[in-house]
Design a protein around this ligand. Structure first.
Ligand SMILES: Cc1cc2nc3c(=O)[nH]c(=O)nc-3n(C[C@H](O)[C@H](O)[C@H](O)COP(=O)(O)OP(=O)(O)OC[C@H]3O[C@@H](n4cnc5c(N)ncnc54)[C@H](O)[C@@H]3O)c2cc1C
Length: 477
Protein backbone atom coordinates (compact mmCIF):
# COMPACT_ATOMS: atom_id res chain seq x y z
CA UNK A 1 0.00 0.00 0.00
CA UNK A 2 1.26 3.49 -0.83
CA UNK A 3 -0.78 5.14 1.90
CA UNK A 4 -2.41 4.32 5.21
CA UNK A 5 -5.06 7.03 4.88
CA UNK A 6 -6.21 9.11 1.92
CA UNK A 7 -8.44 12.07 2.72
CA UNK A 8 -10.48 13.24 -0.28
CA UNK A 9 -11.05 16.98 0.00
CA UNK A 10 -8.99 19.88 1.36
CA UNK A 11 -11.87 21.95 2.70
CA UNK A 12 -12.00 22.60 6.42
CA UNK A 13 -13.33 19.06 7.11
CA UNK A 14 -10.54 17.28 5.23
CA UNK A 15 -7.85 19.65 6.48
CA UNK A 16 -8.90 19.23 10.13
CA UNK A 17 -9.08 15.45 9.71
CA UNK A 18 -5.57 15.42 8.23
CA UNK A 19 -4.40 17.72 11.06
CA UNK A 20 -5.60 15.28 13.73
CA UNK A 21 -4.33 12.21 11.81
CA UNK A 22 -0.89 13.67 11.28
CA UNK A 23 0.16 13.10 14.88
CA UNK A 24 0.19 9.35 14.25
CA UNK A 25 2.67 7.06 12.50
CA UNK A 26 0.63 6.93 9.31
CA UNK A 27 1.34 7.77 5.69
CA UNK A 28 -1.42 10.29 4.98
CA UNK A 29 -2.31 12.05 1.72
CA UNK A 30 -4.90 14.75 1.09
CA UNK A 31 -6.22 14.71 -2.49
CA UNK A 32 -8.17 17.62 -3.92
CA UNK A 33 -9.42 18.39 -7.41
CA UNK A 34 -8.68 22.09 -6.95
CA UNK A 35 -5.33 23.91 -6.96
CA UNK A 36 -5.75 25.40 -3.48
CA UNK A 37 -7.23 24.31 -0.15
CA UNK A 38 -10.60 25.83 0.85
CA UNK A 39 -11.41 26.40 -2.81
CA UNK A 40 -15.13 25.62 -2.47
CA UNK A 41 -17.57 25.96 0.46
CA UNK A 42 -14.82 26.49 3.04
CA UNK A 43 -13.94 29.84 1.47
CA UNK A 44 -17.45 31.25 0.98
CA UNK A 45 -19.40 31.20 4.22
CA UNK A 46 -20.22 33.44 7.20
CA UNK A 47 -17.08 32.61 9.18
CA UNK A 48 -19.07 32.25 12.38
CA UNK A 49 -18.18 29.85 15.14
CA UNK A 50 -21.74 29.19 16.20
CA UNK A 51 -22.56 28.68 19.85
CA UNK A 52 -24.65 25.58 19.00
CA UNK A 53 -28.20 26.36 20.21
CA UNK A 54 -30.00 25.90 16.89
CA UNK A 55 -29.01 22.35 15.96
CA UNK A 56 -31.56 19.69 16.91
CA UNK A 57 -30.72 18.29 20.36
CA UNK A 58 -29.19 14.84 20.04
CA UNK A 59 -27.97 15.40 16.47
CA UNK A 60 -24.35 15.10 15.33
CA UNK A 61 -24.57 18.76 14.35
CA UNK A 62 -25.42 19.74 17.94
CA UNK A 63 -22.81 17.49 19.53
CA UNK A 64 -19.95 18.53 17.25
CA UNK A 65 -20.90 22.22 17.01
CA UNK A 66 -20.69 22.64 20.79
CA UNK A 67 -17.51 20.56 21.01
CA UNK A 68 -15.93 22.37 18.01
CA UNK A 69 -16.78 25.74 19.54
CA UNK A 70 -15.11 24.73 22.80
CA UNK A 71 -12.00 23.55 20.92
CA UNK A 72 -11.75 26.56 18.60
CA UNK A 73 -9.86 28.97 20.88
CA UNK A 74 -7.06 26.51 21.55
CA UNK A 75 -6.89 25.25 17.95
CA UNK A 76 -6.72 28.81 16.55
CA UNK A 77 -4.05 29.81 19.07
CA UNK A 78 -1.94 26.80 18.05
CA UNK A 79 -2.50 27.43 14.33
CA UNK A 80 -1.91 31.21 14.62
CA UNK A 81 -5.33 31.89 13.09
CA UNK A 82 -7.27 35.01 14.17
CA UNK A 83 -10.38 34.14 16.18
CA UNK A 84 -12.56 36.48 18.24
CA UNK A 85 -15.20 35.28 20.68
CA UNK A 86 -17.49 38.30 20.22
CA UNK A 87 -20.79 36.63 21.12
CA UNK A 88 -24.03 36.48 19.13
CA UNK A 89 -27.52 37.90 19.48
CA UNK A 90 -30.68 36.40 17.98
CA UNK A 91 -32.99 39.39 17.95
CA UNK A 92 -36.80 39.17 18.15
CA UNK A 93 -39.12 41.93 16.91
CA UNK A 94 -42.50 40.38 17.78
CA UNK A 95 -44.12 38.09 20.33
CA UNK A 96 -43.95 35.17 17.87
CA UNK A 97 -40.24 35.74 17.38
CA UNK A 98 -39.79 36.02 21.15
CA UNK A 99 -41.24 32.47 21.39
CA UNK A 100 -38.64 31.29 18.89
CA UNK A 101 -35.90 32.94 20.97
CA UNK A 102 -37.14 31.05 24.04
CA UNK A 103 -37.18 27.75 22.06
CA UNK A 104 -33.62 28.38 20.87
CA UNK A 105 -32.57 29.03 24.47
CA UNK A 106 -34.12 25.75 25.57
CA UNK A 107 -32.51 23.80 22.76
CA UNK A 108 -29.17 25.49 23.61
CA UNK A 109 -29.50 24.30 27.20
CA UNK A 110 -30.13 20.74 25.97
CA UNK A 111 -27.12 20.98 23.64
CA UNK A 112 -24.86 22.17 26.48
CA UNK A 113 -24.23 25.72 25.19
CA UNK A 114 -22.59 27.68 28.03
CA UNK A 115 -23.67 31.00 29.57
CA UNK A 116 -26.61 31.88 27.28
CA UNK A 117 -29.12 34.46 28.45
CA UNK A 118 -32.42 35.82 27.14
CA UNK A 119 -32.05 39.61 27.28
CA UNK A 120 -34.95 42.07 27.47
CA UNK A 121 -35.16 44.95 25.00
CA UNK A 122 -33.20 47.36 27.18
CA UNK A 123 -30.38 44.86 27.78
CA UNK A 124 -30.28 44.09 24.06
CA UNK A 125 -29.93 47.75 23.03
CA UNK A 126 -27.23 48.16 25.69
CA UNK A 127 -25.20 45.50 23.89
CA UNK A 128 -26.04 46.60 20.34
CA UNK A 129 -27.25 50.23 20.19
CA UNK A 130 -27.51 50.28 16.38
CA UNK A 131 -30.41 47.78 16.21
CA UNK A 132 -33.64 48.91 14.62
CA UNK A 133 -36.49 50.02 16.93
CA UNK A 134 -39.02 47.42 18.07
CA UNK A 135 -36.78 44.75 19.63
CA UNK A 136 -38.73 42.64 22.12
CA UNK A 137 -35.89 40.40 23.37
CA UNK A 138 -32.76 38.57 22.21
CA UNK A 139 -30.86 35.38 22.84
CA UNK A 140 -27.31 36.27 23.86
CA UNK A 141 -24.69 33.54 23.41
CA UNK A 142 -21.26 34.77 24.53
CA UNK A 143 -19.45 31.65 23.29
CA UNK A 144 -20.13 32.46 19.59
CA UNK A 145 -17.20 33.85 17.66
CA UNK A 146 -15.76 34.79 14.29
CA UNK A 147 -12.87 33.18 12.44
CA UNK A 148 -11.32 33.33 9.00
CA UNK A 149 -12.51 30.09 7.37
CA UNK A 150 -9.83 29.82 4.67
CA UNK A 151 -6.99 30.70 7.02
CA UNK A 152 -8.19 28.03 9.45
CA UNK A 153 -8.30 25.46 6.63
CA UNK A 154 -4.93 26.40 5.17
CA UNK A 155 -3.25 26.45 8.58
CA UNK A 156 -4.57 23.00 9.56
CA UNK A 157 -3.40 21.55 6.24
CA UNK A 158 -0.02 23.24 6.59
CA UNK A 159 0.61 21.63 9.99
CA UNK A 160 -0.53 18.25 8.67
CA UNK A 161 2.10 18.64 5.90
CA UNK A 162 4.78 19.67 8.40
CA UNK A 163 3.96 16.41 10.21
CA UNK A 164 4.51 14.48 6.99
CA UNK A 165 1.12 14.41 5.22
CA UNK A 166 1.24 14.82 1.44
CA UNK A 167 -1.02 17.35 -0.28
CA UNK A 168 -1.85 16.35 -3.85
CA UNK A 169 -3.48 19.25 -5.68
CA UNK A 170 -5.49 19.07 -8.89
CA UNK A 171 -6.11 15.40 -8.18
CA UNK A 172 -9.74 14.59 -8.82
CA UNK A 173 -10.77 11.15 -7.64
CA UNK A 174 -12.92 9.56 -10.35
CA UNK A 175 -13.03 5.90 -9.26
CA UNK A 176 -12.66 3.85 -6.09
CA UNK A 177 -12.10 0.11 -6.21
CA UNK A 178 -12.03 -2.31 -3.28
CA UNK A 179 -8.78 -4.27 -3.16
CA UNK A 180 -7.26 -6.65 -0.62
CA UNK A 181 -6.71 -4.71 2.62
CA UNK A 182 -7.91 -1.38 1.29
CA UNK A 183 -8.85 0.66 -1.76
CA UNK A 184 -7.42 1.72 -5.12
CA UNK A 185 -8.30 5.26 -6.13
CA UNK A 186 -7.98 6.53 -9.69
CA UNK A 187 -7.76 10.21 -10.55
CA UNK A 188 -8.88 12.11 -13.65
CA UNK A 189 -5.38 11.72 -15.20
CA UNK A 190 -5.46 7.94 -14.72
CA UNK A 191 -2.96 7.85 -11.84
CA UNK A 192 -3.76 5.28 -9.14
CA UNK A 193 -3.26 5.44 -5.37
CA UNK A 194 -3.58 2.52 -2.96
CA UNK A 195 -4.58 3.05 0.63
CA UNK A 196 -5.85 1.12 3.63
CA UNK A 197 -8.34 3.83 4.63
CA UNK A 198 -10.31 6.45 2.70
CA UNK A 199 -11.94 9.50 4.30
CA UNK A 200 -14.58 11.09 2.10
CA UNK A 201 -14.56 14.83 2.89
CA UNK A 202 -15.59 15.87 -0.61
CA UNK A 203 -18.14 18.53 0.40
CA UNK A 204 -20.77 19.07 -2.30
CA UNK A 205 -19.52 15.97 -4.14
CA UNK A 206 -19.41 13.63 -1.13
CA UNK A 207 -22.46 11.75 -2.48
CA UNK A 208 -20.66 11.03 -5.77
CA UNK A 209 -17.48 9.93 -3.94
CA UNK A 210 -19.48 7.68 -1.57
CA UNK A 211 -21.25 6.15 -4.57
CA UNK A 212 -17.83 5.28 -6.08
CA UNK A 213 -17.31 3.07 -3.01
CA UNK A 214 -20.83 1.59 -3.30
CA UNK A 215 -22.57 3.80 -0.71
CA UNK A 216 -25.67 5.34 -2.27
CA UNK A 217 -27.46 5.95 1.03
CA UNK A 218 -27.55 9.76 0.73
CA UNK A 219 -27.55 12.64 -1.72
CA UNK A 220 -26.27 16.19 -1.44
CA UNK A 221 -28.19 19.23 -2.74
CA UNK A 222 -26.49 22.59 -3.16
CA UNK A 223 -28.17 25.46 -1.30
CA UNK A 224 -26.85 28.88 -2.16
CA UNK A 225 -26.13 31.69 0.28
CA UNK A 226 -25.26 35.16 -1.04
CA UNK A 227 -23.41 37.98 0.73
CA UNK A 228 -22.46 41.64 0.46
CA UNK A 229 -19.11 42.58 2.02
CA UNK A 230 -18.41 46.13 3.18
CA UNK A 231 -15.15 47.98 3.63
CA UNK A 232 -13.49 48.27 7.02
CA UNK A 233 -14.90 51.73 7.78
CA UNK A 234 -18.20 49.85 8.33
CA UNK A 235 -16.65 47.13 10.50
CA UNK A 236 -17.91 48.63 13.75
CA UNK A 237 -21.57 48.99 12.71
CA UNK A 238 -22.25 46.06 15.04
CA UNK A 239 -19.99 44.43 17.61
CA UNK A 240 -21.74 41.03 17.85
CA UNK A 241 -22.97 38.56 15.29
CA UNK A 242 -26.56 39.77 14.85
CA UNK A 243 -29.04 37.11 13.76
CA UNK A 244 -32.74 37.43 13.20
CA UNK A 245 -34.93 34.55 14.28
CA UNK A 246 -34.19 31.69 11.88
CA UNK A 247 -36.09 31.14 8.63
CA UNK A 248 -37.01 27.58 7.61
CA UNK A 249 -33.84 25.57 6.98
CA UNK A 250 -31.36 28.40 7.57
CA UNK A 251 -30.10 30.63 10.35
CA UNK A 252 -31.59 33.70 8.65
CA UNK A 253 -29.91 36.79 7.22
CA UNK A 254 -27.35 38.23 9.60
CA UNK A 255 -25.19 41.29 10.05
CA UNK A 256 -21.72 40.65 11.41
CA UNK A 257 -18.20 41.97 11.60
CA UNK A 258 -15.55 39.69 10.09
CA UNK A 259 -12.50 38.70 12.08
CA UNK A 260 -10.44 40.94 9.78
CA UNK A 261 -12.55 44.02 10.55
CA UNK A 262 -14.97 44.22 7.59
CA UNK A 263 -18.75 43.93 7.84
CA UNK A 264 -21.07 41.71 5.84
CA UNK A 265 -24.75 41.03 5.38
CA UNK A 266 -26.21 37.70 4.26
CA UNK A 267 -26.71 34.86 3.57
CA UNK A 268 -30.03 33.96 1.97
CA UNK A 269 -30.78 30.28 1.32
CA UNK A 270 -31.99 29.01 -2.05
CA UNK A 271 -31.62 25.56 -3.58
CA UNK A 272 -29.86 25.53 -6.96
CA UNK A 273 -29.38 22.70 -9.45
CA UNK A 274 -25.71 23.16 -10.36
CA UNK A 275 -23.01 22.42 -7.76
CA UNK A 276 -20.77 25.01 -9.48
CA UNK A 277 -23.34 27.82 -9.44
CA UNK A 278 -21.73 30.40 -7.14
CA UNK A 279 -22.98 33.41 -9.10
CA UNK A 280 -24.58 36.23 -7.15
CA UNK A 281 -27.95 37.42 -8.42
CA UNK A 282 -29.80 40.72 -8.58
CA UNK A 283 -32.73 39.15 -6.69
CA UNK A 284 -30.40 37.73 -4.04
CA UNK A 285 -28.71 41.07 -3.42
CA UNK A 286 -32.10 42.73 -2.99
CA UNK A 287 -33.28 39.94 -0.70
CA UNK A 288 -30.35 40.26 1.72
CA UNK A 289 -30.45 44.07 1.64
CA UNK A 290 -34.14 44.05 2.56
CA UNK A 291 -33.84 41.30 5.18
CA UNK A 292 -30.76 42.71 6.92
CA UNK A 293 -32.41 46.14 7.19
CA UNK A 294 -34.97 44.58 9.52
CA UNK A 295 -32.31 44.31 12.26
CA UNK A 296 -29.72 46.96 11.31
CA UNK A 297 -30.69 49.92 9.14
CA UNK A 298 -28.73 52.67 7.43
CA UNK A 299 -25.97 50.51 5.94
CA UNK A 300 -24.43 52.58 3.14
CA UNK A 301 -24.41 50.35 0.05
CA UNK A 302 -21.81 52.63 -1.59
CA UNK A 303 -19.33 51.19 0.91
CA UNK A 304 -19.86 47.62 -0.32
CA UNK A 305 -16.63 46.27 -1.84
CA UNK A 306 -17.72 42.93 -3.23
CA UNK A 307 -20.40 40.28 -3.18
CA UNK A 308 -20.05 36.52 -3.24
CA UNK A 309 -21.98 33.28 -2.79
CA UNK A 310 -21.29 29.87 -1.26
CA UNK A 311 -23.10 26.55 -1.54
CA UNK A 312 -24.20 24.54 1.47
CA UNK A 313 -23.77 20.77 0.98
CA UNK A 314 -27.26 19.92 2.22
CA UNK A 315 -27.59 16.17 2.89
CA UNK A 316 -30.77 14.14 2.33
CA UNK A 317 -30.35 12.78 5.89
CA UNK A 318 -30.73 16.18 7.62
CA UNK A 319 -27.59 15.67 9.72
CA UNK A 320 -23.81 15.32 9.35
CA UNK A 321 -22.97 11.87 7.96
CA UNK A 322 -20.04 10.44 9.91
CA UNK A 323 -19.86 6.70 9.43
CA UNK A 324 -18.03 3.71 7.93
CA UNK A 325 -20.41 2.33 5.28
CA UNK A 326 -17.77 -0.16 4.04
CA UNK A 327 -14.72 -1.45 5.96
CA UNK A 328 -12.00 1.22 5.85
CA UNK A 329 -14.17 3.76 3.97
CA UNK A 330 -15.33 6.68 6.14
CA UNK A 331 -17.77 9.45 5.29
CA UNK A 332 -17.35 12.98 6.66
CA UNK A 333 -20.21 14.08 4.44
CA UNK A 334 -23.20 16.42 4.46
CA UNK A 335 -21.14 18.90 6.45
CA UNK A 336 -23.33 21.94 5.92
CA UNK A 337 -23.54 24.69 8.54
CA UNK A 338 -22.31 24.55 11.34
CA UNK A 339 -19.49 22.61 9.66
CA UNK A 340 -16.89 25.33 10.09
CA UNK A 341 -17.63 25.65 13.81
CA UNK A 342 -17.64 21.88 14.18
CA UNK A 343 -14.55 21.22 12.05
CA UNK A 344 -11.98 20.64 14.83
CA UNK A 345 -14.44 18.23 16.48
CA UNK A 346 -15.40 16.56 13.18
CA UNK A 347 -11.71 15.86 12.48
CA UNK A 348 -11.28 14.45 15.97
CA UNK A 349 -14.48 12.35 15.63
CA UNK A 350 -13.37 10.84 12.30
CA UNK A 351 -10.02 9.86 13.82
CA UNK A 352 -11.89 8.16 16.68
CA UNK A 353 -14.07 6.27 14.15
CA UNK A 354 -10.88 5.06 12.45
CA UNK A 355 -9.36 4.07 15.80
CA UNK A 356 -12.45 2.13 16.81
CA UNK A 357 -12.70 0.32 13.46
CA UNK A 358 -9.11 -0.88 13.78
CA UNK A 359 -8.58 -0.29 10.03
CA UNK A 360 -5.14 1.14 10.86
CA UNK A 361 -3.48 1.41 14.23
CA UNK A 362 -2.90 4.86 15.63
CA UNK A 363 0.49 5.13 17.28
CA UNK A 364 1.67 8.63 18.10
CA UNK A 365 4.89 9.62 16.37
CA UNK A 366 7.83 11.38 17.96
CA UNK A 367 8.27 15.03 17.20
CA UNK A 368 4.82 15.77 15.75
CA UNK A 369 3.57 19.30 16.26
CA UNK A 370 0.09 20.72 16.83
CA UNK A 371 1.30 24.28 16.18
CA UNK A 372 2.04 26.35 13.11
CA UNK A 373 5.13 28.52 12.75
CA UNK A 374 3.78 32.04 13.46
CA UNK A 375 2.86 34.03 10.36
CA UNK A 376 4.41 37.48 9.85
CA UNK A 377 1.59 40.03 9.50
CA UNK A 378 3.25 43.39 8.79
CA UNK A 379 -0.02 45.35 9.14
CA UNK A 380 -0.40 44.23 12.76
CA UNK A 381 3.13 45.22 13.84
CA UNK A 382 4.30 48.27 15.78
CA UNK A 383 6.57 50.78 14.05
CA UNK A 384 9.59 49.43 15.95
CA UNK A 385 8.78 45.82 14.97
CA UNK A 386 8.36 46.86 11.34
CA UNK A 387 11.72 48.69 11.34
CA UNK A 388 13.42 45.64 12.79
CA UNK A 389 11.85 43.34 10.23
CA UNK A 390 12.76 45.57 7.28
CA UNK A 391 16.33 45.80 8.55
CA UNK A 392 16.47 41.98 8.40
CA UNK A 393 14.89 41.73 4.93
CA UNK A 394 14.14 44.81 2.85
CA UNK A 395 11.39 42.95 0.98
CA UNK A 396 9.23 43.32 4.11
CA UNK A 397 9.51 47.04 3.41
CA UNK A 398 7.93 46.87 -0.04
CA UNK A 399 4.15 47.17 0.17
CA UNK A 400 2.39 45.23 -2.59
CA UNK A 401 -1.22 45.46 -1.40
CA UNK A 402 -1.85 49.02 -0.26
CA UNK A 403 -5.42 48.42 0.91
CA UNK A 404 -4.46 45.66 3.34
CA UNK A 405 -0.77 46.57 3.88
CA UNK A 406 0.74 43.31 2.61
CA UNK A 407 4.44 43.23 1.80
CA UNK A 408 6.38 41.46 -0.94
CA UNK A 409 8.10 39.08 1.48
CA UNK A 410 4.81 38.07 3.12
CA UNK A 411 3.62 36.99 -0.33
CA UNK A 412 6.86 35.06 -0.93
CA UNK A 413 6.44 33.43 2.52
CA UNK A 414 2.88 32.38 1.61
CA UNK A 415 4.15 30.69 -1.55
CA UNK A 416 7.08 29.00 0.22
CA UNK A 417 5.21 27.67 3.26
CA UNK A 418 4.20 23.96 3.28
CA UNK A 419 1.08 23.52 1.08
CA UNK A 420 1.89 27.06 -0.10
CA UNK A 421 0.02 29.34 -2.52
CA UNK A 422 0.08 28.52 -6.24
CA UNK A 423 -2.46 31.04 -7.56
CA UNK A 424 -3.59 34.64 -7.12
CA UNK A 425 -6.54 33.52 -4.96
CA UNK A 426 -4.17 31.31 -2.96
CA UNK A 427 -2.02 34.35 -2.15
CA UNK A 428 -5.14 36.39 -1.41
CA UNK A 429 -6.52 33.87 1.08
CA UNK A 430 -3.19 33.45 2.86
CA UNK A 431 -2.07 37.10 3.04
CA UNK A 432 -5.20 39.25 2.34
CA UNK A 433 -3.46 40.80 -0.67
CA UNK A 434 -6.40 41.74 -2.92
CA UNK A 435 -9.02 41.59 -0.15
CA UNK A 436 -9.30 45.37 0.27
CA UNK A 437 -11.25 48.16 -1.33
CA UNK A 438 -9.67 47.85 -4.78
CA UNK A 439 -10.08 44.04 -4.77
CA UNK A 440 -6.67 43.40 -6.32
CA UNK A 441 -6.84 46.15 -8.94
CA UNK A 442 -3.50 47.53 -7.81
CA UNK A 443 -1.66 44.49 -6.38
CA UNK A 444 -2.96 41.81 -8.79
CA UNK A 445 -0.26 42.25 -11.51
CA UNK A 446 2.51 42.38 -8.89
CA UNK A 447 1.24 39.19 -7.24
CA UNK A 448 1.33 37.48 -10.66
CA UNK A 449 4.98 38.53 -11.12
CA UNK A 450 5.99 37.29 -7.66
CA UNK A 451 4.17 33.97 -8.16
CA UNK A 452 5.89 33.47 -11.53
CA UNK A 453 9.29 34.28 -10.06
CA UNK A 454 8.85 31.99 -7.05
CA UNK A 455 7.38 29.12 -9.06
CA UNK A 456 9.92 29.51 -11.90
CA UNK A 457 7.33 29.89 -14.65
CA UNK A 458 6.12 32.50 -17.13
CA UNK A 459 3.51 35.01 -15.82
CA UNK A 460 1.10 33.77 -18.52
CA UNK A 461 1.02 30.41 -16.70
CA UNK A 462 -0.29 31.95 -13.46
CA UNK A 463 -3.99 31.47 -12.79
CA UNK A 464 -6.52 33.09 -10.51
CA UNK A 465 -7.66 29.77 -9.00
CA UNK A 466 -6.28 26.97 -11.20
CA UNK A 467 -7.75 25.34 -14.32
CA UNK A 468 -8.07 27.78 -17.20
CA UNK A 469 -8.47 30.90 -15.03
CA UNK A 470 -5.35 32.51 -16.54
CA UNK A 471 -4.63 36.11 -15.56
CA UNK A 472 -2.79 37.01 -18.80
CA UNK A 473 -3.07 35.84 -22.40
CA UNK A 474 0.31 37.10 -23.67
CA UNK A 475 2.38 40.19 -24.31
CA UNK A 476 0.76 43.16 -26.05
CA UNK A 477 4.08 44.89 -26.80
C1 LIG B 1 -23.62 30.34 2.76
C2 LIG B 1 -22.94 29.51 3.78
C3 LIG B 1 -22.73 30.00 5.06
C4 LIG B 1 -22.12 29.22 6.03
N1 LIG B 1 -21.82 29.77 7.24
C5 LIG B 1 -21.23 29.02 8.19
C6 LIG B 1 -20.89 29.59 9.44
O1 LIG B 1 -20.99 30.79 9.65
N2 LIG B 1 -20.40 28.78 10.39
C7 LIG B 1 -20.25 27.45 10.20
O2 LIG B 1 -19.89 26.75 11.13
N3 LIG B 1 -20.49 26.89 8.99
C8 LIG B 1 -20.95 27.65 7.99
N4 LIG B 1 -21.19 27.12 6.77
C9 LIG B 1 -20.86 25.73 6.53
C10 LIG B 1 -19.36 25.52 6.27
O3 LIG B 1 -18.90 26.46 5.34
C11 LIG B 1 -19.16 24.11 5.72
O4 LIG B 1 -19.72 23.21 6.64
C12 LIG B 1 -17.72 23.73 5.52
O5 LIG B 1 -17.01 24.71 4.82
C13 LIG B 1 -17.67 22.41 4.75
O6 LIG B 1 -16.34 22.07 4.54
P1 LIG B 1 -15.99 20.74 3.75
O7 LIG B 1 -14.52 20.59 3.89
O8 LIG B 1 -16.84 19.64 4.23
O9 LIG B 1 -16.40 21.02 2.24
P2 LIG B 1 -15.65 21.90 1.13
O10 LIG B 1 -15.08 23.13 1.68
O11 LIG B 1 -16.61 22.04 0.00
O12 LIG B 1 -14.45 20.98 0.67
C14 LIG B 1 -14.63 19.83 -0.11
C15 LIG B 1 -13.42 19.65 -0.98
O13 LIG B 1 -13.52 18.41 -1.66
C16 LIG B 1 -12.96 18.55 -2.94
N5 LIG B 1 -13.48 17.50 -3.80
C17 LIG B 1 -14.77 17.26 -4.13
N6 LIG B 1 -14.87 16.18 -4.93
C18 LIG B 1 -13.61 15.71 -5.11
C19 LIG B 1 -13.05 14.62 -5.83
N7 LIG B 1 -13.82 13.78 -6.54
N8 LIG B 1 -11.70 14.45 -5.82
C20 LIG B 1 -10.90 15.29 -5.11
N9 LIG B 1 -11.38 16.34 -4.40
C21 LIG B 1 -12.72 16.55 -4.40
C22 LIG B 1 -13.37 19.94 -3.37
O14 LIG B 1 -12.49 20.44 -4.36
C23 LIG B 1 -13.30 20.72 -2.06
O15 LIG B 1 -12.06 21.39 -1.93
C24 LIG B 1 -21.74 27.90 5.74
C25 LIG B 1 -21.91 27.41 4.44
C26 LIG B 1 -22.45 28.23 3.46
C27 LIG B 1 -22.54 27.75 2.07
Amino acid sequence: MQYDVIVIGSGVTGAMTAYHLSRYQLRVAVLDKNLEPAAETSSANSGIVHAGYDAKPGSMKALLNVRGNAMMGDVCAKLDVPFKRIGSLVVAFSEDEAKTVQELYESGVKNGVPDMKVLNAEETYAKEPGLQPGVTCALYAPSAGIVCPYELTTAALEVACVNGAEYLRQTEVTAIEKIDGGYRLTDAKGTTYETRVVVNAAGLYADAVAAMAGDTSFTIRPRKGEYILFEKSMGKAVSHVVFQTPAAGSKGVLVSPTVDGNLYIGPNANYVEDKRDTATTYEGMNEIKTCSAKSVGGLDMRLAITNFAGLRATPSTGDFILNEPAPGFFNAAGIESPGLSAAPAVGEYVVELIRKSGAVSLVEKDGWTASREPVIRFREMSTAERADLVARDSRYGRIICRCETVTEQEIRDAIRRPAGARSVDGVKRRTRSGMGKCQGGFCGPRVVDILAEELGCDPTEITKFGGASYMLTGKTR
